[in-house]
Design a protein around this ligand. Sequence first.
Ligand SMILES: [Zn+2]
Length: 411
Amino acid sequence: MSSSVATRRAASQGRIADFNQTVILNAIRRSPDGVSRVELAAATGLSAQAVTNIVRQLLASGLIAEGRRAPIARGKPRTMLNLNPDGQYAIGVHLDPAVITYVILNLVGETLAHASRPTPADPDPELTTREIVAQIEELITETGVSRGKIVGVGMAAPGPIDVDRGVLVDPPNLSGWQSVPLRDAVRDAVDLPVLLDKDVTAAASAEKWQGGGGNFLFFYLGTGVGAGLVLNDEVFRGKTHNSGQIGNMIVSNDGLPCSCGYTGCLGEGSHPRRLVQHGLAVGALDDDVDLDDRLQVEAALVQLADNALTGRAEAIGVMDEMVRGILKGCEDITLLLDLDRIVFGGPHWRTLSPFFTEERFSELYRRHALQSIQPITVSGTRIGEDVGAVGAASLVLDHTFSTNPAVLLAG
Ligand SMILES: [Zn+2]
């Protein structure tokens, strides 16, 4: 046997070993009540000896732990195996134009700590990166987790993103962030592996991790809107990992002019600046707002929502129009892809969720039913405000549970 054949065979045996280990680890992950070695062999089709060997390695690495002993009808009780929650940790950072959110997750996806800080009004990339790094260090100190057990840092940011190079390309709502190599800057500073992915993709991944797969749209409401897609239990990314750009879908006949040259675009109709501008124009807000001051706009959006909730007709009109446009976009996407549910979330979801009522959904349900054989279900994310950061951390944990993770963890 030539040495190159031997090397190839060794490499392929290494991949098979990795693959089998991943299969066992995922089977254990899917059994929160624990699973025995015998059950693992039955579930995976691996031999009892192979399972015993892999389990020994996983126990030694600390990724799994032996739990309770389950009695069986005959013979000695079986020792159940579980993921060891403290076997690994992952950090997630979500850079949104309005807020930066941080979480640290354990191996079973529980959030051990989180923090959020308003994004600086004029977010200089270098200063902001330094702030992100300081906050990551604070989170590590606060939780007291061992640095050696942190697999890496996942970062979620607005698209478009050059995922392979870890670079923010030209985010429309973060001026000055053109071609910023955020991934490597953070990696060099924290000395941990780092990955960078799109915010909506991270959010969809979080929802998939914690809420199950299927076929769904994660409708992301941040400073910009975006569509995260899970198709056949997998996060859909597209060729360049930038799928989900829905800002220029036309959803209104008489909407606002958009910089793309059309009118009535989804992104314009739901952009905080435009909602506040609209609110001012129709008398839904009392105090003047500097539309170029993002923090003022954010505060005015909350005020606009409050005014609508207390019954001010002009403010209700603004919200109605926004919701109608978003639901038209949702309708088109769900019918195009034959989805079974829509999940809403993102930094502005808490402010805007009171306007996404069953009454307003009824028109979506009706129109959807006319063209589909299955009703659509709609909900808010169960993960809450941290969904982007939780998703970014879950993309890091994917490296433990998949032999072929979608995004490179640059170490
Ligand atoms: Zn447009």
